[in-house]
Ligand binder design. Structure first.
Ligand code: HDD
Length: 694
């Protein structure tokens, strides 16, 4: 397309402004009515300096549309990031479900995935300590199936009746309108302290699960027990898990706080870069399948969304792989307008009687109408079934397009027009027997609130337990009401006494409050579950990770070359940080363009770092406070650090006497071994010994 760019003056010789006018082959700019626009910079006025005229339909068309560009954000999970993907079946499940994606090994199903944070509004930051949404829409041959999950396998509450209260408690306090995207405030912890069923989820929420390194490094869970139903109408129960091939990884709280300032879009940028550079993230869909006999024998109720089934008890078996392979080309059209509904199921998948799931089934459709403004949101590209046709007699409504043609818009009709029911292929709800009186009651089998919370806490590594305790101290320290802090410690005493006393001491409580009243005593006999730890399920290589390398003029180019090729071989990326973003000259005179200036590229943005300074600039860089913070933070966060000609910076950062086995002198590259050891150590992500934790 050709465009003429001209500087034009106003008719009275007024200030010059840019006008880009149409040239041969280019499209002309038009109004929404298709009328070509001659001037897109100036409104129509009565006289050169006169008032703007009401008849200026070009101006009104443009501003009218602009004024209505915003739609209500999601009431929860407002901040999200979506991507297209493909699901490949790796195990034929036709014996246990007739669900279309699982009928044949190799079967591909298009998907759309949206990750999100729960509490913050659309413009909040990515690294809030929060649960992450993990919602997947499968465009199957038999209709759309939405698996609307989180990165945590349990939930705060057992009954949907409580959801609005929970959300009101965590959202900004209504009188002051803050805090944003935080659970660290009075109303949240007040509500939680009065909701013992939330204790298991609170353990997950205070763990590093809620500060993931990337969307790519977190698990996903369908949370509820669902049903699989086969062609013969037989049913089994199932729980859905997404396991990242990238391995699990989280950041430290201090990193999260700093990342939010340095790059509030850290997670979406990370996924965007992965998608647009061909580093497509993958998750295995794993199923825990079980029958009624297991459900009857299990220690807890499988309908209780505050409980999980340990993988050591029922293994999560891989049945397919999700690959996110395409970024959206318009955020609003896809990520914002995508409408997930838990009730979107397909033949072969059915609900259980989990009261949380039942309530969700009502909420999602309802909220989409509010948000998207019309029942016709199902016609949008991102929401319409893609793997199969949509045929029915629905018509009209706001923004409807593609109504059926002709006289007949109902069924049955004697004109033999239009689609009909299909008793053989159509969706049939599993005929689960139902009995009993109508009651508002919580089942006895939902009463144990502490045993799995304890099991989770004790299944964490010592490092993770410390983080969990510190998170509780941090959050409860933000509560102004001491009664809330004490009440929470009372609950913790039912989970683990050491945890409770650690938190009490971190909060400076004068004495341990009594344990909270518990409907059931905490079980001490649950077997620990290593599957619940992040650190025990980390990556096995540096693939998909980023090494931040600080360079300055005159640096050793061969060290950077060999570091870059070693990182690339390991499947990682290198990003350069230099005093100026234009880059730095190496000792051979070659310019290496940087991605960050030193003030704009703090070490919290990277998985590991290297500092390769040049004699020309070493002193200047060593004197830069941001360069010192770069190194000091990397060191404090337990990162592996490569270095060459960086003595002055280590000295000015106060680290010259602290160099340890997590630091590698890449100047010793001649032995070849240091670089190899550096790269393989980086796969461990952190040198925990430096933080006093092994
Ligand atoms: Fe929900 C959105 C996940 C309980 C009501 N929820 C929403 C999203 C995710 C979840 C991932 C964002 C979807 C997207 O990206 O568009 N929600 C969960 C999980 C839950 C859960 C895993 C518990 C197991 N939710 C839950 C309950 C209710 C809701 C109990 C109401 C009774 N959730 C909603 C909602 C939202 C929503 C209000 C807001 C925006 C939307 O649906 O589309 O309907």
């Amino acid at each position: 397309m050709k465009i003429n760019t001209q500087l034009q003056n106003g008719t009275d010789g007024g200030p010059a402004e840019v006008h880009q006018t149409v040239a041969a082959g280019a499209d002309a700019l038009t109004t929404s009515q298709g009328v070509k626009i001659s001037d897109n910079q100036n409104s129509l006025k009565a006289g050169v300096q006169g008032p703007t005229l009401l008849e200026d339909f070009v101006l009104r068309d443009k501003i009218f549309h602009f004024d209505h560009e915003r739609i209500p954000e999601r009431v929860v999970h407002a901040r999200g990031f979506g991507a297209h993907g493909t699901f490949e079946c790796t195990r034929d499940l036709s014996q246990i479900t007739r669900a279309a994606p699982f009928q044949k090994v190799g079967k591909l199903t298009e998907t759309f995935v949206r990750f999100s944070t729960v509490a913050g509004s659309k413009g909040s930051m990515d690294l809030a300590r929060d649960v992450r949404g993990f919602a997947v829409k499968f465009y199957t041959d038999e209709g759309n199936w939405d698996l609307v999950g989180n990165n945590i396998p349990v939930f705060f509450i057992q009954d949907a009746m409580k959801f609005p209260d929970l959300v009101h408690a965590v959202k900004p306090e209504p009188d002051r309108g803050f805090p944003q995207a935080q659970s660290a405030h009075d109303t949240f912890w007040d509500y939680i302290s009065l909701t013992p069923e939330s204790m298991h989820m609170v353990m997950w929420q205070m763990s590093d699960r809620t500060i993931p390194r990337s969307f790519r490094t977190m698990e996903g869970f369908g949370v509820h027990t669902f049903r699989l139903v086969n062609a013969a109408g037989e049913s089994q129960f199932v729980k859905f898990h997404w396991k990242p091939r990238q391995g699990l990884q989280s950041v430290l709280w201090d990193e999260a706080v700093k990342i939010n300032g340095a790059d509030p879009d850290h997670h979406r940028r990370d996924l965007w870069e992965a998608l647009t550079t061909g580093d497509h993230p993958q998750w295995d869909l794993c199923l825990q399948v079980f029958d009624q006999a297991f459900a009857d024998s299990f220690d807890f109720d499988i309908l209780d969304a505050t409980k999980l089934i340990p993988e050591e008890l029922i293994p999560a078996e891989p049945v397919g792989t999700l690959t996110l392979d395409r970024a959206v080309d318009n955020f609003f059209e896809f990520t914002e307008q995508v409408a997930f509904c838990t009730q979107n199921v397909i033949p072969g998948i059915d609900f259980s009687d989990d009261p949380l799931l039942q309530g969700r089934n009502f909420s999602y459709l309802d909220t989409q109408l509010k948000r998207l403004g019309s029942t016709n949101f199902t016609q949008l590209e991102v929401n319409r079934p893609r793997g199969c046709p949509m045929h029915n007699f629905q018509q009209d409504g706001h923004m409807r397009k593609g109504n059926r043609k002709g006289q007949v818009m109902y069924e049955p009709n004697g004109f033999e027009v239009g689609p009909r029911e299909d008793p053989l292929q159509g969706y049939v709800s599993y005929a689960a027997p139902v009995e009993g009186a109508k009651v508002r009651i919580r089942a006895e089998s939902f009463a144990d609130h502490y045993s799995q919370a304890r099991q989770f806490y004790l299944s964490q590594t010592p490092v993770e337990q410390t983080h969990l305790r510190d998170a509780l101290v941090f959050e409860l320290s933000k509560c102004e009401h001491t009664r809330i802090r004490a009440a929470m410690v009372g609950h913790l005493r039912n989970i683990d006494e050491d945890l409770a006393s650690g938190v009490a001491s971190g909060l400076g409580l004068p004495e341990l409050p009594p344990p909270a009243t518990a409907a059931r005593p905490t079980r001490q006999d649950l077997v620990l579950s290593p599957a619940l730890s992040i650190l025990a399920n980390g990556p096995t290589s540096f693939a998909g990770r980023v090494m931040g390398v600080m360079v300055s003029n005159g640096f050793d180019g061969t060290v950077l070359d060999s570091l870059t090729s070693a990182i690339t071989d390991a499947g990682g990326k290198v990003k350069l940080i230099a005093p100026r973003v234009t880059g730095a000259l190496d000792d051979r005179g070659d310019l290496h363009e940087a991605q960050f200036s030193i003030p704009g590229g703090p070490s919290v943005l990277f998985d590991a770092v290297a500092v390769i300074l040049g004699a020309d600039d070493e002193k200047t860089v060593a004197e830069m406070p941001q360069a010192q913070t770069f190194l000091r933070d990397a060191f404090a966060h337990g990162k592996f650090i490569g270095h060459a000609s960086a003595q002055a910076l280590f000295q000015s950062a106060g680290l010259d006497t602290k160099i340890d086995d997590g630091c590698f002198d890449l100047g010793l590259i001649d032995d070849g071994d240091t670089m190899a050891r550096f790269i393989s150590s980086c796969a461990d992500l952190r040198y925990w010994a430096r933080r006093g934790m092994v």
